[in-house]
Design a protein around this ligand. Structure first.
Ligand code: HEC
Length: 110
């Protein structure tokens, strides 16, 4: 049956009234390796809110920032943004790492 192939797609449209979350952020995986990188770089500022950094788990603040779009926010990490250094001090991070870190800090993938 052709239909069964389609029904395995993991994707659902957002429920009406539910806030839109970019699927790539929502489905990002956070594993030990990623958390290791996170705690050696992003954590330095994003736990305490150093220099105005949005704090991990402050979902309202992260939602506000995510409204500018996923690509913009990723670019801001790559190039640096005000007091945040380029790459957020994580030279070994891939773009997929940044996505997962943002998802983690924004509480999107729990
Ligand atoms: C030296 C401190 C510092 C480190 C390290 C750091 N950040 Fe930041 N980050 C900031 C500050 C400060 C801001 C807020 C900048 C502003 O809004 O003026 C920020 C903002 C952000 C934003 C929001 C950007 C936007 O467009 O609103 C993201 C996403 C982000 N950081 C991700 C990361 C990630 C991922 C890491 C680790 C790889 C990281 N940061 C490491 C200080 C830091």
């Amino acid at each position: 049956m052709l239909l069964s192939a389609c029904s395995s797609l993991p994707n659902q449209a957002p429920e009406p009234g539910e806030q839109f979350r970019p699927p790539t952020l929502r489905t990002a995986t956070v594993d030990d390796e990623l958390m290791g990188k996170w705690s050696r770089s992003c954590a330095l500022c994003h736990i305490t809110g150093e220099a105005g950094a949005p704090v991990v788990g402050d979902t309202a603040e992260w939602q506000r920032r995510l409204q500018q779009g996923e690509e913009t926010i990723i670019n801001n990490v790559l190039e640096g943004f005000n007091a945040m250094p380029p790459l957020g001090y994580c030279m070994a991070c891939e773009i997929s790492d940044f996505r997962a870190m943002i998802a983690y800090m924004a509480g999107l993938n729990q």
